[in-house]
Design a protein around this ligand. Structure first.
Ligand code: MN
Length: 745
């Protein structure tokens, strides 16, 4: 390692002022002991990191201080967490041991620091993402603060990612959007989630990000003017209510605007809900709901509401604790404006989530939603049947993250299930036994199939039968992790029971041959390439392997000591086929001496067996990375390819850096989606002419469909680089009959 520059005087001052700043953000009244401990942890961290610098060159200690400040300011954590944040990288990166921390600061703090160190280790190792995620969640159920501090750590790293090499940036961004953003959402850390997603986008799609940021800045003045016009007629009436309130209009995040652009397929200029107006009232808890509705009533007196857009998250909060009243009204110039009405307390929970929620524990009228959620996480974690990959799949699809449906038992008790949950999920949600023996289901007094997807307000009645058992098909009819795990374990149990018969048969045969049972079973499991004894018994019971086969394939040999052993017969029979686990292939290198198009990990790309991924069709000039597939060599993907997040997050160790080299004459396929006005026949001809004669580009394929005067077409072009592609997009956009032109992702 290179000689590290000692910290100079001006840096010392910088560090001290960062620390003072941190202390200022600790608003809560701290005990003298807390103050002493924070000071002590600061001094220990300063000393321990004194010989380290960050990639950017600044003293390392500024990072833990910044993380601690995020914990205090943006998550609202207390002194214990601040101490842990200051110490979070000490055990991993310096000579300080966990034991020293335990002696100095006690067991609780040592445990949290240990959790943080382990999380880091999990990520540095090349273990699959699913396993890492499981670790994140087990620390979460131990002490939520570990994950909250990790969130702050990740946020500061994302904010300062500029100094990292590009492929590392991509990996960190993928992991953030794959694991941390959904988790932040689930913990109600709305502000942090939003910033994560913006920062990820800035890395994976820098051009679009800058484009939207620029347009937002350009339209700022007119937007503020509009918000003023919207608020003015309201203020006077709101003042009349006699409660303290604030009203602001705020633009939405770049990421969410981008989502809108993609989903609605409209240009930036046509997105009117770029901002939301928020009214925050300062009233005691018992008046919150009443006053919020009073505000709603005033807003809708002044501006006409759109009734379908009314959402009452106050009466039934979201599962991540979010409470607010939302409505969309028609503002000046006929534009739709979203208005959010909430109390101070609700606002704090909405922005900062978990820790704020903690602060108001027992104040809210609602049961502790986090406890309930943590319980369900715990339940999945404790299930010995769930393996890591399945677990991540369950976790993501099963919507511990997503929205939910509210349904009722016959007694009128409300149950909350994830959106997409089925009637059978409901049965398992009520009780495992009810799930197991579920025979038929009635929803709102009508019989429905077990896979019926629940809707808000459904009343569900489960009819059980004690002879009923889960079957394989049931797995296709549930979405919740609990139901899936229970069905799987019941299937295993069933298999084990069936296997008993096989085991008995085998035992009889082996006894008669006078060979050792355990030893022979080991041998047979290996021979048939099975994974467990249970699998062998089951295969024998179902006659996939018959005792007769075994007798043919093996002979008994008597050793010199007189003991008898099963050995393979000289003429072995064909064995049961096995599924070989997928492993990445070795990169094959070829001799290559031309001019390369790409550098892969800094080496001329042409010596590798690479090809362009056709999920995203990269074009020279796009941000790209190389991915080592298991059987098709290296694939080059665009950094914003919809598959990329998944690949990078799950198989980070197979990702390689790829960069374009100077221009060559190769051409690339680029797909464009075009919409426009269908003014009679000849659209295709006209477009083709524009593209091939006027722009001089080759069309590889073109499909178009029209309806009601509009058309939508997909066109594959051959272009040399992104510049040429951008030119083509702009030229097409300028044609009269075209409304939108977007590159397909
Ligand atoms: Mn760190």
């Amino acid at each position: 390692m290179a000689e590290v520059l000692a910290i100079n005087e001006s840096e010392k001052r910088l560090i001290q002022s960062a620390y003072r700043d941190l202390l200022k953000s600790m608003k809560t009244d701290m005990s003298t002991e807390d103050k002493i401990n924070i000071r002590k942890s600061y001094e220990l961290a300063v000393e321990a990191h004194s010989k380290q610098r960050r990639k950017s060159g600044e003293p390392y200690i500024l990072h833990p201080i910044a993380v601690a400040k995020i914990c205090a300011d943006e998550i609202g954590l207390g002194p214990t967490a601040i101490i842990c944040a200051l110490l979070h990288d000490v055990v991993e990166d310096t000579d300080v041991t966990l034991e020293e921390i335990r002696v100095e600061f006690g067991l609780r703090i040592a445990k949290i620091v240990d959790g943080l160190t382990k999380l880091d280790a999990a990520y540095n190792a090349e273990s699959p993402q699913a396993e890492n995620f499981r670790k994140v969640l087990s620390t979460l159920v131990d002490d939520v603060r570990v994950v909250l501090i990790k969130m702050a750590d990740r946020l500061h790293n994302m904010r300062t990612l500029g100094a990292m090499p590009r492929h590392k940036q991509l990996k960190i961004a993928a992991e953030t959007s794959y694991v941390y953003a959904p988790l932040a959402h689930r913990l109600g850390l709305h502000k942090i989630k939003t910033e994560y997603l913006d920062l990820c986008m800035k890395i994976t799609d820098p051009d679009t990000y800058k484009d939207i940021a620029r347009k937002l800045a350009e339209t700022k003045r007119s937007r503020e003017q509009y918000i003023k016009e919207f608020i003015e007629p309201l203020s006077e009436k709101l003042d009349g209510v006699g409660v303290l309130y604030t009203i602001v209009g705020r633009p939405k995040s770049i990421f969410s605007i981008w989502n809108k652009l993609k989903n609605k397929k409209v240009p930036f200029e046509e997105i009117y809900d770029l901002f939301a107006v928020r009214i925050i009232v300062d009233v005691p808890v018992d008046q919150e709901k009443l006053v919020c509705w009073q505000m709603y009533s005033i807003v809708t007196d002044v501006h006409t509401p759109i009734p379908e857009r009314l959402k009452d998250w106050i009466t039934t909060p979201k599962s991540n604790g979010y409470e607010s009243l939302h409505t969309t009204v028609i503002g000046p110039k006929g534009r739709y404006v979203e208005v959010q009405i909430r109390s101070q307390r609700m606002d704090e929970i909405a922005e900062r989530g978990f820790a704020a929620h903690w602060k108001y524990k027992g104040v809210s009228r609602h049961p502790d939603i986090y406890e309930r959620w943590l319980d369900s996480v715990r339940e999945i974690l404790e299930d010995p049947e769930s393996d890591a990959v399945e677990f991540l799949g369950d976790f993501k699809s099963n919507n511990l993250f997503q929205e939910e449906v509210f349904v009722y038992t016959p007694n009128g008790d409300m149950r909350i299930l994830p959106k997409g949950a089925t009637a059978l999920d409901f049965a398992f949600n009520i009780h495992t036994d009810i799930g197991y023996h579920c025979k038929a289901i009635k929803v709102n007094n009508k019989m429905v199939p077990m896979g019926y997807q629940l809707r808000n307000g459904d009343q569900v009645h489960i009819i059980t039968n004690k002879n009923q058992r889960p079957s394989e098909d049931w797995l296709k009819m549930v979405v919740t992790g609990k139901a899936r795990a229970k069905i799987r374990s019941s299937m295993k149990e069933e298999r084990r029971k069936v296997g008993e018969i096989g085991k008995e048969g085998l035992q009889r045969k082996l006894n008669s041959l006078k060979v050792d049972f355990e030893e022979s079973v080991e041998l047979l499991v290996k021979y048939y390439k099975l994974t467990s004894h249970a699998d062998l018994y089951y295969a024998i019971a179902t006659e996939d392997i018959s005792i007769g086969d075994i007798v043919k394939a093996f002979e008994v040999e008597t050793f010199t000591d007189g003991s008898r052993h099963l050995v393979e017969a000289t003429e072995p029979l064909p064995v049961v086929p096995v599924v070989v686990e997928e492993k990445p292939a070795k990169i094959r290198k070829q001799k290559y001496t031309g001019k390369p198009r790409l550098l892969i990990n800094g080496e001329p790309g042409e010596q590798f067996d690479y090809s362009f991924a056709n999920c995203c069709n990269p074009v020279q000039g796009d941000q790209v990375f190389a991915f080592l597939t298991s059987n098709a060599g290296l694939k080059i993907h665009r950094a914003n390819c919809p598959n990329a997040m998944n690949l990078i997050a799950n198989y980070g160790y197979r990702v390689m850096k790829a960069d374009w080299v100077a221009t060559t004459n190769s051409t690339f396929v680029a797909d464009l989606m075009i919409t426009g006005i269908d003014d009679g026949p000849g659209v295709i001809e006209r477009l083709s002419r524009n593209i091939s004669s006027d722009l001089g580009l080759n069309i590889r394929s073109f499909s178009i469909e029209g309806e009601g005067g509009f058309f939508q077409g997909k066109i594959s072009l051959l272009v040399r680089n992104t510049d040429q592609l951008q030119m083509a997009i702009r030229a097409l956009q300028n044609l009269d009959h075209i409304s939108t032109v977007t590159r397909v992702e």
